[in-house]
Design a protein around this ligand. Structure first.
Ligand code: PNS
Length: 161
């Protein structure tokens, strides 16, 4: 295989956390370019709009060779459309596994040339999730260690603090 290795890192990113940032950095051990793919995800009711989620990622990850894109529909189609050879997902706990395994198999079925690679986050970030961050911020807890300052400010604005 020739040309740059492109990895797609998909998710809802509602909002991006230090855990996501860590995974993007780790993806560069095998990718030349990382496309952070923000799902429209009609099934979920996100706290942040699609445009807000994209803008927050761009502020939190101002790194060369990272593109932030939104996508609607199948991840496998999107990954193919950007020329990706790899889909990156994070695995934090055993509870993540079943859903992730199903998704990886289905994505391989839909796009046989694209491999899913699971990355383990830094030890001190394994407990972290966007939903926990939203909940802590909603009740006025300190999220400064968990998210980029731009995300912290956006959370404060959302919750009127
Ligand atoms: O951060 P999340 O919410 O765990 O991300 C889930 C996401 C967006 C990666 C997943 O729901 C997805 O890929 N959605 C796109 C639609 C799709 O391709 N569904 C079939 C996957 S097998």
């Amino acid at each position: 295989m020739s040309g740059p290795r492109i990895a797609v890192y998909p998710g809802s990113f509602d909002p991006i956390t230090r855990g996501h940032e860590d995974l993007i950095r780790r993806a560069f051990t095998f990718a030349d370019r990382v496309v952070v793919a923000v799902a429209v995800n009609a099934a979920k009711q996100p706290l942040f709009t699609l445009a807000e989620r994209v803008a927050l990622i761009q502020q939190a990850v101002a790194t060369p060779h990272v593109d932030v894109r939104s996508f609607e529909g199948l991840l496998a189609e999107f990954a193919r459309s950007v020329g990706a050879s790899v889909i990156v997902r994070g695995l934090r706990a055993v509870s993540d596994f079943e859903y992730e395994f199903q998704m990886a198999l289905m994505n391989r079925n839909l796009a046989p040339g694209i491999e899913t690679v699971f990355l383990v986050p830094a030890f001190d970030l394994t407990y972290l999730s966007s939903s926990l961050v939203r909940e802590v911020a909603r009740f006025g807890g300190d999220v400064s260690q968990l998210v980029h300052p731009a995300v912290q400010q956006a959370l404060h604005q959302k919750f009127g603090r």
